[in-house]
Design a protein around this ligand. Structure first.
Ligand code: ADP
Ligand code: ZN
Length: 214
């Protein structure tokens, strides 16, 4: 299985992708995670994309498609791929077709998470994660049980993404509307798009996605 999770920033693509990894042994290919790792490690790519990401704009199609291609090349053919945050432009969608073909893979499904934009800004601007284990929290919806201590690992350091501020979130939404949403028709023509209500609880969203993959 090779699937794309599509949806605006904060729709929950990363959370759902992680659950598919846990439940099905698929691999999550998140260009956002790959780029954040590049920034953290100060690689040449990281240095190039840092300011663009902080502004909430899209990095070049060439950079992200190369990341995806390298990642797929390192995977065994039996491992399914979950594309999370890629493709985000028509050029990336076409590049993905070629990359998949080169690896003898076909795209099975595109799952669109549908969400209300005001809810997204609220979700994103409050989120933070444990610096040691990555567990996600939220200022208004999910604080640790003991203030300042991770429920899962007891860690006391937390981090926030530098692009999770309101102004940058608005730019990310705008990029999604103008460049990413328009690629849906490419996949609709192939009859492989399914929609899931991303405003439901995380568990309900997971069940809906599982039902689509069954
Ligand atoms: P989001 O929560 O906005 O879905 P991601 O973690 O997927 O965030 O991406 C964070 C940032 O990384 C984007 O705002 C963009 O700058 C860059 N990025 C990630 N994936 C891509 C991509 N496929 N094409 C261009 N830029 C990307
Ligand atoms: Zn933790």
């Amino acid at each position: 299985m090779n699937i794309i999770l599509l949806g605006p920033p904060g729709a929950g693509k990363g959370t759902q992708a992680q659950r598919l990894v846990d439940n099905h042994g698929m691999k999550q290919l998140s260009t956002g995670d790959m780029l954040r790792a590049a920034v953290k490690n100060e690689t040449p790519t990281g240095l190039k994309v840092k300011a663009i990401m902080e502004a909430g704009e899209l990095v070049s199609d060439e950079i992200v498609s190369a990341l995806i291609s390298d990642e797929l090349a390192s995977m065994g053919p039996e491992t399914g791929a979950i594309f999370d945050g890629y493709p985000r432009t028509a050029a990336q969608a076409h590049a993905l077709d070629q990359i998949l073909e080169a690896h003898g893979r076909t795209l099975d499904k595109v799952i669109e998470l549908e969400v209300d934009e005001d809810a997204l800004v609220d979700r994103i601007t409050g989120r933070f994660t444990c610096a040691s284990c990555g567990t996600g929290y939220h200022d208004r919806h999910k604080l640790p049980k003991v203030e300042g201590v991770c429920d899962v690992c007891g860690g006391t350091e937390f981090k926030r993404r530098p692009d999770d501020n309101e102004e940058t979130v608005r730019t990310r939404m705008q990029e999604y509307r103008s460049k990413t949403a328009p690629i849906l028709p490419i996949y609709e023509e192939r009859g492989i798009v399914s929609r899931v209500d991303g405003m439901a609880s995380m568990d309900e969203v997971t069940s809906s996605i599982e039902a689509l993959l069954a």
